[in-house]
Design a protein around this ligand. Structure first.
Ligand SMILES: Nc1ncnc2c1ncn2[C@@H]1O[C@H](COP(=O)(O)OP(=O)(O)OP(=O)(O)O)[C@@H](O)[C@H]1O
Ligand SMILES: [Mg+2]
Length: 224
């Protein structure tokens, strides 16, 4: 089953003095349960592509199909709903909200979906239990180690049980040990949930965990 079908995606950023075509015709197909890795130098357009695939940004042209939905036909509101339903995101800096506890951070995607407080609490307890991190529930992000922050970010991406995970340089700020453990964690999630995962990473180590590897260059994706 095709989960992501991006066809002839182009993206041009317009600024007063110049126009910059970052994506020049991207074709990418990802099947259910696949882990896809996208590499490429800084500024190559990896984040831009992930944002478009994750329905956070619109392409200048081209089509994007997520499961059976052609996203080009959707209103912005429908696109937001599709994003909340199908995607979990793990960002480079993890983006935990500093004033919220671990539990509140994990619950955020459910709050956005409008899930009731009681159900959110139950879901957060469950995912914390799965990761055996219940003892962190009431801590603030500043009271966590880097490895713990990384796991909280993963739990937050998983709590909605979204079928697609998008991870943008999820190990950029991690040492080797934590890098290995994050990729292993994503692989485990992929195996247990049949999640489809698209990762951008510059780390060579990431290749060991991917089913397909592409390099972004000159606005295009090349199989590696
Ligand atoms: N909102 C924007 N407006 C204008 N230009 C942008 C915008 N977002 C990104 N760019 C430009 O698009 C290009 C690609 O950026 P992008 O963030 O996708 O690169 P990247 O491959 O993720 O790089 P990195 O590895 O450093 O994260 C860069 O030249 C960047 O300056
Ligand atoms: Mg980037």
């Amino acid at each position: 089953m095709k989960v992501i079908q991006a066809t002839k995606i182009r993206k041009t950023y317009h600024r007063p003095s110049e126009s910059l075509e970052v994506l020049s015709g991207i074709n990418l197909q990802v099947t259910k349960g696949e882990i896809v890795l996208i590499t490429g130098r800084s500024g190559a357009g990896k984040t831009t592509l992930l944002k478009i695939i994750g329905c956070m940004e619109l392409p200048t042209s081209g089509t994007l199909k997520i499961l059976d939905t052609d996203t080009t036909q959707l209103t912005l509101e429908e696109l937001t709903q599709l994003r909340a339903k199908y995607f979990g995101f793990i960002f480079q800096s993890f983006n935990l909200l500093p004033a919220l506890t671990v539990t509140e951070n994990i619950e955020l995607p459910l709050a956005i979906r409008g899930t009731s407080r009681a159900q959110r609490k139950k879901a957060a307890e469950q995912v914390l239990g799965q990761f055996e991190l219940g003892y962190l529930a009431q801590r603030l992000p500043e009271e966590l180690s880097t490895g713990q922050i990384q796991r909280v970010a993963v739990m937050r991406a998983l709590i909605t049980e979204a079928p697609i995970l998008i991870a943008d340089e999820p190990t950029a700020n991690l040492d080797k040990e934590n890098t290995v453990s994050l990729f292993a964690l994503l692989q485990e999630v992929n195996a247990n949930r049949q999640s489809t995962i698209v990762i951008c990473s510059q780390k060579n180590l990431a290749r060991e965990y991917a089913d397909a590897v592409y390099r972004m260059e000159g606005g295009r994706l090349k199989p590696v």
